[in-house]
Design a protein around this ligand. Structure first.
Ligand SMILES: [Zn+2]
Length: 194
């Protein structure tokens, strides 16, 4: 198990260029994916990107699941995205509160408006190309991690700064509101191997 330190905003590595993976046989990819998973679980996160743990590669993972803060009616499996590209964003948007392991160690939450549904194309760690079209918290975490690929933090996209709040208030007052739970509900509209 290799839990790595999660870099905090202000660290220049979070704004670095992230390299496209060319050699999928490189042992380093396996290590990055394993470290991402171990660090995500340890920190109670539902997604994490390689630059956040100090690897400047185009790799991130997602796993919306039950955590201390999150009671999902339906979660999702662990997914690995290498060289990801979001190919379609829906016109309809929703507001979901986000936090990030790289912002006050996940202790700051704020509302962000983003497209409700997305379609992403990426490779898994075995070089299998896939496409997934989804909404809910999965679409949300994908867009959040995808932004990390180009050095963008969710704090740059807050839609109402007056609603920024500490994690404990988010968990107590926002997380389980009808609105947030509804917006979080995941539908995987389509999954296919390419
Ligand atoms: Zn983040």
């Amino acid at each position: 198990m290799a839990v790595r330190k999660t870099l905090q905003i202000g660290d220049p590595l979070l704004k670095n260029n992230n390299l496209t993976i060319k050699n999928f046989n490189d042992q380093k990819i396996k290590r990055v994916v394993k470290d991402l998973r171990d660090t995500m679980i340890k920190n109670d996160l539902i997604g994490l990107s390689a630059p956040q743990i100090g690897y400047n590669f185009k790799i991130f993972i997602t796993q919306p699941r039950k955590t201390k803060a999150r009671k999902l009616p339906k979660g999702d499996m662990l997914r690995v995205y290498i060289n990801p590209k979001i190919v379609k964003f829906s016109k309809s948007e929703n507001i979901i509160y986000e936090g990030c392991g790289s912002v006050m160690n996940g202790n700051l939450f704020g509302p962000v408006k983003r497209p409700k549904e997305i379609t992403i194309v990426a490779f898994d760690e075995k070089k299998g190309k896939f496409q997934i079209r989804c909404d809910g918290i999965l679409a949300r975490v994908i867009q959040h991690e995808y932004d990390h690929m180009s050095g963008v933090e969710f704090t740059e996209k807050i839609c109402d700064y007056k609603k920024l709040m500490a994690r404990e208030f988010y968990i107590k007052n926002v997380r389980n509101s009808k609105e947030q739970l509804e917006a979080s509900n995941i539908t995987i509209v389509e999954y296919k191997k390419l």
